[in-house]
Structures are given as C-alpha cells and as structure tokens.
Design a protein around this ligand. Structure first.
Ligand SMILES: Cc1cc2nc3c(=O)[nH]c(=O)nc-3n(C[C@H](O)[C@H](O)[C@H](O)COP(=O)(O)O)c2cc1C
Length: 402
C-alpha cells in the first residue's frame, strides 16, 4: 500500500512541478486567493472531498499523538496565515493535515497593509509577507464557525491584536485579544496568542516583559474560567536569547501550556536568504517592511526550539514551525523538542501532496530510530543538561510546594 501511495505522490509531485511555473506567473496574493477558492470548492461536497482524500490522504497509527489532552491523528499542521478567515476547514483532513491553525483573527475587522504585500523569493525558497493581519474580524468569523463540525481535524485559534492604529495602548490591546479569545471560547481545540506579527504599525509591544505580564494575567483571569483549551504563545524568530528567556519565564509563571516557535524572520539580521531577491532590494517594498518564511527561517526556528526545550526541560508543549519542506526537516524539529508542527511555504513550493509525503517519511524515520510513536521521538536528539543540586526547575518547584 505504502508503495502505491509513494507512486501516487511522485505523480502529483511531477504535476505540481509542471504547474508551478504557471502558478508563479500569477501575482502571489492573487494566487493565494485562487488556491483558496479551489480549496473551498473541494471541501464543499462529499464527492470532491472523497476524491481529495483518495488522492492526498495518508494515515498511520505511529503518527497519532496526544498533546495537552487533545488527540491528533498526526502532528503535521497548517500554519496561521494561510486561512486568515477560517474558510477551508472541511478540506484540510482530506489533504492529510492533522491540525490547522486558523487566523490570525483580530478583535476588529482588519484590512491589512496597503499596496503589494506578498512576494516570492524562489531561489531562497521563501515567501516575503507584508499582509499586516488582514481578516474579517473575530465577530464575523466566530459566527460563521460556531456550528462547524471539524471532524478529524484539530483546530487552533490564532488571536492577534488588531492592526488598525500606530499608537499602542496596553489596555485596549489586551481587550482586543480577550475579545477574540472570548468569541472563540467554544470553537477549536487550542488557542495561540500571537505576539510576534512583524508587520504591524505599532511593532511587537508584548515582547516587553511588563506588557506580556499584564496580557497573560488578563488571559488567565478572563479566559481560563470560560474555556479549558490549552493556550500557546507564538514567538518571533529574531529575538535574542535573553529576550526568549524572559518570555519563556512569563509563559512558565502564567502556566501557559506551550509555545509556537517561530513566526517569520526579518531580513536585516538574516544571512540565510539571497539578499538580492528581497523585494526591498528590487524597489518593490520600503526598507524595514515584511518578513520571510521558509528556508531562511529553518535553522533559526530549530535553534529556538532546541533552546526552549532545554530551558523548560521539555515540560511545556512546543509547536515547531519554520522551513519544514520534507520529513527530515520535520523530524529534526520533533527530535529537537517539538510535539506538533506547522507549515505553509512547502505547500506553495512543493505542492499539497507534500503534506502526506512528510507524514509518510516520518513513519519511516520513527521506525529507523526504533520508536513506536512521535511522542517517543520528541526531544530525543536534544538531551537535557543535568540539573545541579541547587537548581530547581520552576514547574518542579511548584510540584514540591504542592
Ligand atoms: C502568507 C503568510 C501569512 C502569514 N500570516 C500569519 C498570521 O496571520 N499569523 C501568524 O501567526 N503567522 C503568520 N504567518 C507565519 C506562519 O504562520 C509561519 O510561522 C511561517 O510562515 C513559517 O512557516 P513556513 O516556513 O512553513 O511557511 C504567515 C506566513 C505566510 C507565508
């Protein structure tokens, strides 16, 4: 059976290689909307859904994983930003995804940034994003999703702060996050709080520890009593180790279940892309705007995963994201400490069959290492440093007090 699926995937890979130059002739944002329309159609009725399942799906019991009490049929997820209005949930399981993170959703309707705001860097295998959180707003989207049955798909709700003004007001911003999270309290399986969008008018104010403390205090006060969903925090790619550690201390202090590592990479300090390809260097985007997905982010996000896994001693959930193009990339993030994965760029560069190809490859890699499940592989190539006698990990300290 696996052999037939392998041939099926090779055929689709070839088709996609032939179709890609045509897709890449389209403006990237138009291509995004066109592919979304195709997805909406494929998900709209049982016949096209069944056909898509036959052609793209794959399942194996070693891929099943339970994270924070939620059972996923596989750890491969769609990352936030592809489905900004949550319109394609009925097709993702047929494409082989175990989970999809929808959004980012914001409290207010957001038109996003003006002008051209999506670019391809083909040689760098990356998408430059300058969207600025465009979405129809939490009210409208939550109303539409309220009674949707997501079936086998596990769904993350990514909440960001509305990008509508350059002025930062702490209490308004907190209210904005709470509004979205409250409206989605009964929708989906987990929340992600996105404090790391690189394309907003007021920057990333929740990297500041006091602001983050105020946000997470409010989330615990207002959201925990109305929703039992796990809450994750999505971090930027370009933070210093010191900044990461301060944020992680906040995550531990406020007992969030985990983190999503990481968001897009800014070009200024990134040497992993071909600079001449960046739209700013072609006069297509003002300096300081936009950030990169894909390959320029791959090594950086894995390093952040490795660091956070060791610092938290594997005691919080890590969702790994950034430049996953094949099973080897996915396995590297898992063995570094990630329990779940998100991806977008590989679908654009390699085609949708790559989702099940990654799952299939993971099964082989698990077997080669003698593991029976993803869970066993998490962090297996990132051994934890020994604790000295005087060192106590915060969660272990909690347990001792209890
Ligand atoms: C077109 C596009 C839009 C994105 N929009 C969002 C967003 O709204 N919220 C968010 O948290 N991340 C957003 N991201 C970042 C992705 O979720 C992900 O962190 C990043 O693309 C790295 O994964 P990849 O290399 O597999 O694409 C966006 C990425 C892309 C390519």
């Amino acid at each position: 059976m696996s052999f037939i699926i392998g041939i099926r995937n090779q055929i689709f890979r070839l088709f996609y290689r032939l179709a890609r130059p045509l897709i890449f002739l389209m403006d990237p944002e138009n291509a995004h909307y066109t592919l979304k329309r195709v997805g909406v159609f494929l998900g709209s009725n049982p016949v096209t859904r069944g056909l898509t399942t036959l052609l793209f799906d794959y399942g194996h019991k070693s891929l099943n994983i339970k994270v924070d009490g939620i059972e996923y049929r596989n750890p491969v997820g769609l990352s936030a930003g592809f489905d900004k209005d949550g319109e394609l949930t009925s097709i993702y399981p047929s494409l082989g995804f175990g989970l999809a993170e929808l959004g980012s959703f914001t409290g207010e309707v957001c038109p996003g940034n003006p002008g051209k705001r999506l670019f391809r860097m083909v040689k760098s295998r990356s998408i430059v994003v300058w969207y600025g959180l465009n979405n129809f707003g939490a009210e409208k989207i939550s109303e539409r999703l309220a009674n949707v049955d997501f079936g086998r798909l596990r769904v993350g709700i990514n909440a960001a702060k509305s990008n509508v003004t350059p002025e930062f007001d702490l209490q308004d911003s907190i209210r904005d996050y709470l509004k979205t999270m409250t409206l989605f309290k009964d929708i989906g399986d987990y929340y992600t709080i996105n404090i790391s969008c690189p394309n907003t008018q007021d920057g990333e104010p929740f990297v500041d520890p006091d602001n983050l403390d105020a946000l997470l205090t409010a989330v615990n006060e207002k959201i925990r009593p109305i929703s039992s969903k796990p809450i994750y925090l999505k971090l930027a790619a370009d933070l210093s180790i010191k900044e990461i550690d301060i944020i992680i201390d906040g995550v531990l202090k406020h007992k969030l279940e985990g983190v999503v590592l990481t968001n897009l990479a800014k070009p200024e300090s990134n040497s992993e892309h071909i600079a001449a390809e960046y739209p700013t260097n072609q006069g297509l985007l003002p300096k300081g705007k936009g950030a990169m997905s894909g390959l320029p982010l791959q090594r950086i996000s894995t390093n952040v995963i490795r660091h956070v896994y060791r610092r938290t001693r594997g005691q919080i959930t890590i969702v790994g994201v950034g430049g996953v193009f094949n099973a080897k990339d996915a396995y590297e993030k898992i063995t570094s400490g990630a329990s779940l994965l998100h991806m977008i760029t590989t679908m654009i560069f390699d085609g949708p069959q790559n989702i099940n190809e990654i799952n299939r490859g993971l099964v082989k890699l698990l077997k080669a290492d003698g593991f029976n499940s993803i869970e066993e592989a998490v962090g297996s190539r990132n051994p934890l440093p020994q604790l000295r006698d005087h060192q106590v990990f915060p969660k272990e300290a909690d347990k001792k007090v209890a």
